[in-house]
Design a protein around this ligand. Structure first.
Ligand SMILES: [Zn+2]
Length: 367
């Protein structure tokens, strides 16, 4: 058929430092300090495949892409996208196929948000004598498009970078606007596609959200893409860019334990998902709301680790001590495996006398 495909055009500069690539009448766009020149078209392909799959169309790329990438896109990425989102399995073609070695860009970056997984990855790198050339912080939908919240969080990331002598690079995208989907169901694609747009970053250290035995396609469909992302991150990356996955060795509680002993995290740990709190927060307020599910499960792990007092800048510890029984009871209503493992931790700490987490939470969380 003549029109069964949509075209992704070569990237071009736009106004206000944005760079775009057109997918018919949809403009995919990126900008930021990490992007100094027109990005490779490879950076726009992951989102183009998602959009084409939803539209039931195939994809024609106006440009040269490496043969290995074309093969991965057709036989790894497109089938995954089709099955994960129950959409069309996109066939991808290009106007020119490149062969031969592709030089990798030289700088490395750790994708860094100052959350538990970020700090744990920093610990893993430091432990083997590695230091990323930069922290990369990406806005691709994680902040509900609230740029004010992003700038507050970015200031915190920059403080960590200043203390460690690591520069902070940023990338902003419109990927969440042109492909509307819960961020948790597509963050891996949005973030790594954005990272591929960086001009000289060739190695991205990407934080695992789960211990390796927790990985599962079914859990990913139910709870979020992070349950399967190590199996898919290489399926759409170009040869000039590699993502290295850190943290298969520890679940969230084990990671929180390690982070609870990192002085750099005491002042800067930022895990809160309460956008309202973040938007209205004054500098003298704790970094985290202390009330959302992510805050509560982190507070449970810090409490059991005996590290609460060290995190008085990150959380309202007095409030937690007064309300934790009720907070854990609420967390036990969650279906999310990480929430439930925190409830289990609270239960066993209470039972063994390791920590007192308050008594009015149920004796057995739902499974
Ligand atoms: Zn919170």
């Amino acid at each position: 058929m003549m029109n069964d495909y949509i075209r992704l055009s070569a990237p071009h500069p736009m106004s206000n430092d944005w760079y775009g690539a057109k997918l018919e009448d949809i403009e995919l766009a990126v900008r930021g300090s990490a992007i100094q020149s027109i990005p490779s078209i490879a950076a726009f392909i992951p989102m183009a495949v998602l959009i084409a799959s939803r539209m039931g169309r195939n994809l024609r790329i106006d440009g040269c892409i490496d043969g290995a990438l074309l093969t991965k896109l057709n036989y790894e990425y497109a089938p995954f996208v089709s099955r994960f989102y129950d959409g069309h399995c996109v066939s991808i073609s290009a106007s020119e196929i490149g062969h031969g070695p592709v030089p990798r860009r030289q700088r490395s970056a750790l994708m860094f948000s100052a959350g538990i997984d970020s700090f744990y990855s920093l610990h893993l790198l430091t432990r083997i004598g590695m230091k990323p050339d930069a922290f990369l912080n990406i806005h691709a939908g994680a902040h509900d498009d609230n740029l004010e919240t992003w700038s507050v969080r970015l200031a915190n990331v920059r403080s960590v970078g200043d203390e460690l002598g690591i520069s902070v690079e940023t990338i902003e995208t419109n990927f969440h606007r042109v492909y509307s989907e819960a961020h948790v169901r597509c963050h891996t694609f949005r973030n790594l596609a954005a990272a591929m747009a960086a001009s000289d970053i060739g190695i991205l250290y990407y934080s695992a959200a789960h211990e390796v035995s927790e990985l599962s396609f079914a859990a990913a469909k139910l709870h979020g893409l992070d349950f399967i992302d190590p199996a898919i991150i290489r399926s759409f990356l170009s040869a000039e860019f590699e993502a290295i996955y850190l943290g298969w060795d520890a679940d969230r509680i084990a990671r929180t334990n390690v982070v609870s002993r990192m002085p750099i995290a005491f002042k800067h740990l930022d895990i809160c998902t309460n956008q309202n709190y973040q938007a209205l927060r004054r500098p003298e307020n704790p970094i985290n709301c202390g009330e959302c599910r992510k805050c509560i499960r982190t507070l449970v792990a810090l409490d059991v680790a005996g590290a609460l007092d060290d995190f008085a800048h990150a959380f309202d510890i007095g409030c937690w001590r007064r309300t934790k029984g009720e907070a854990i009871r609420k967390l036990a209503m969650s279906e999310h495996p990480i929430d439930l493992s925190a409830v289990n931790l609270a239960r066993s700490a209470e039972a063994t006398g390791t920590a007192s987490l308050g008594r009015d939470f149920p004796s057995g969380p739902r499974r």
